[in-house]
Design a binder for this molecule. Structure first.
Ligand SMILES: NC(=O)c1ccc[n+]([C@@H]2O[C@H](COP(=O)([O-])OP(=O)(O)OC[C@H]3O[C@@H](n4cnc5c(N)ncnc54)[C@H](OP(=O)(O)O)[C@@H]3O)[C@@H](O)[C@H]2O)c1
Length: 260
């Protein structure tokens, strides 16, 4: 059996590639020989060979249009799109704290950024008869936490349904579409959260981790996933070794979702 990923020379857009999961995906794809355009609102701290940075706010239609244009100009086309941008800035306080403006922010970041970029870039993949699109969702679309993530979870659920529908439409024309749903991932932001929780509870880092995992209903693996573990999964899914995988969701959560 060959385990050559056959990614050398491929062209990819990775949104949100300067921190967290996105940065790990960029690192992994570049290591596999991929030429990458990535985006964020603020510039990366250090430039990386084979990575072109396109600054944009992807919660706006204009930002998405500028990134699509940068992809065409810098790469001349695209073989892989990994939609990583997302997250939540909603306040705590349950459904009553969620104003129209908060709902719009969550939907723009977690659904419409991907929808707009796909509408701009997937037609060229269909025309070339090949391509892979990955939508990074979250286990929260199945396991929402009502105190602060109802709108985020609902937007990720919409992203998942959109992704499945897109896969049905474009897979017969050569473009695979897959979803990756992480549970808790220990990004730089998560490390800061653990440290804060630990200080507030008067415990150490491991104690802070345990408090967060208890809030998720427990993580059988006993630890969060690492960004590089999520990136490894995504790198496999965009490779030739996953050529029969489309329209499916891959959960990477250390067993957090309690049902089969
Ligand atoms: N971390 C987790 O535990 C976890 C769990 C489940 C799902 N996820 C999902 O995984 C994805 C990545 O999460 P993460 O925790 O790795 O994120 P992160 O560490 O906060 O990084 C987010 C990246 O996206 C960029 N970004 C954020 N908002 C943007 C915007 N409006 N326009 C353009 N770029 C933007 C950020 O750069 P700038 O700030 O400079 O713009 C950064 O590069 C998200 O979709 C998230 O919902 C994460």
């Amino acid at each position: 059996m060959s385990f050559d990923l056959e990614l050398k020379g491929r062209r990819a857009l990775v949104t949100g590639g300067t921190k967290g999961i996105g940065a790990a995906v960029v690192h992994s794809l570049v290591g596999a020989g991929v030429e990458v355009v990535t985006t964020a609102r603020s510039a990366p701290v250090t430039a990386v060979d084979h990575v072109h940075y396109a600054p944009a706010d992807l919660t706006t239609a204009d930002g998405c249009a500028r990134v699509a244009e940068a992809v065409r100009q810098r790469l001349g086309g695209v073989d892989i799109i990994v939609h990583v941008v997302g997250g939540s800035s909603a306040p705590a306080g349950g459904y009553q704290a969620l104003s129209d403006a908060v709902w719009a922010d969550e939907i723009n970041a977690n659904l419409l950024a991907a929808v707009r970029l796909d509408r701009a870039l997937v037609p060229a993949m269909v025309a070339q008869g090949s391509g892979v699109v990955v939508h990074v969702s979250s286990i929260q679309h199945r396991l929402p936490l009502p105190e602060s993530t109802t709108a985020y979870a609902a937007a990720k659920a919409a992203l998942s349904t959109y992704s499945k529908s897109l896969s049905k439409e474009v897979t017969p024309r050569g473009v695979r579409v897959v979803r990756v749903a992480p549970g808790w991932v220990e990004t730089e932001a998560a490390v800061r959260l653990v440290e804060r929780v630990a200080v507030e509870a008067g415990t150490d880092y491991e104690g802070g981790r345990r408090i967060i995992m208890a809030g998720l209903g427990g993580v059988p693996l006993g630890r969060p996933s690492r960004p590089d573990e999520v990136a490894d999964l995504i790198t496999f899914l965009v490779s030739a070794r996953a050529s029969a995988i489309t329209g499916a969701e891959y959960v990477i959560d250390g067993g957090t979702v309690p049902t089969a």
